[in-house]
Design a protein around this ligand. Structure first.
Ligand SMILES: Cc1cc2nc3c(=O)[nH]c(=O)nc-3n(C[C@H](O)[C@H](O)[C@H](O)COP(=O)(O)O)c2cc1C
Length: 175
C-alpha cells in the first residue's frame, strides 16, 4: 500500500488537541496542499482565513456556536471561503465543489504531517453563514464555506479506521 493510500485510509476526525502549536511552515504547507487541488476551469475560487493567534482563536470560537468548543482547543482553525469574484460565471456552484476539494486536501496533508483535523460545516446553513460573514466583515461576494480545525491529536482513533469496502455501493460497468 502506498503512503498516500495509508494516510487516506487511517484518517478520522480529531476533535481534541494537545497544547502544541503549529509552526507557520506547517500551516503554509497545509494551505498550499489545499490550493493544489483541481478546480473547475482552474478558477481557484477559494480564500482562506487562518486563525492561529490564541486570543483571536478564543474570540472567534466564542462567536461560532457549538463548533466553537472544538475550535477553541485547536492549534489553528481555517475559515474556508468561496470567492464569487473568481467563480466560473456559467456554473458558479462549482465554487462549492472546488472549496470542498481544497478542504479535503488540507485534511489529508495535515494527517500526513501528524496533525488531526475536523471539518465543521457552515454552507449551506444560512444562520451559520451569516454569523461568519458578520464576524469577519466578509465582502458580499465571499461566502463562508466551512471551518476546519487542526491540531496535534489528544485522542487516539488509530484503531478505528474506516476499512470497509462496501460492495453494495459500487456498480461496475452498469447500474
Ligand atoms: C460537510 C461536513 C460537515 C461537518 N460538520 C461537522 C460539525 O459541525 N461538527 C463535527 O463535530 N463534525 C462535523 N463533520 C465531521 C463528520 O461528523 C465526520 O467526518 C463523520 O462523522 C465521519 O467521521 P470521520 O471523519 O472520523 O471519518 C462534518 C463533516 C462534513 C464533511
Amino acid at each position: 500500500m502506498s503512503e498516500t493510500v495509508e494516510t487516506i485510509l487511517k484518517r478520522r476526525s480529531i476533535r481534541k488537541y494537545t497544547e502544541q502549536k503549529a509552526d507557520e511552515e506547517t500551516i503554509k504547507t497545509i494551505l498550499r496542499c489545499g490550493m493544489s487541488g483541481p478546480s473547475a476551469v482552474n478558477a481557484r475560487d477559494w480564500s482562506f482565513v487562518v486563525v492561529n493567534d490564541p486570543e483571536e482563536l478564543q474570540k472567534w470560537a466564542r462567536a461560532s456556536g457549538r463548533a466553537g468548543t472544538i475550535m477553541a482547543g485547536s492549534a489553528f482553525s481555517v475559515l474556508l471561503c468561496a470567492d464569487g469574484e473568481r467563480e466560473f460565471k456559467r456554473a458558479p456552484e462549482y465554487r462549492i465543489i472546488n472549496g470542498s476539494i481544497a478542504g479535503q486536501n488540507m485534511i489529508l496533508a495535515a494527517e500526513s504531517l501528524g496533525l488531526g483535523s475536523v471539518w465543521l460545516g457552515i454552507w449551506p446553513q444560512q444562520d451559520k453563514i451569516d454569523v461568519q460573514k458578520a464576524y469577519f466583515g466578509l465582502p458580499d461576494t465571499v461566502t463562508p464555506h466551512s471551518i476546519i480545525s487542526f491540531g496535534y491529536p489528544a485522542e487516539n482513533k488509530t484503531g478505528q479506521p474506516h476499512l470497509d469496502y462496501e460492495e453494495d455501493r459500487v456498480h461496475f460497468n452498469k447500474w
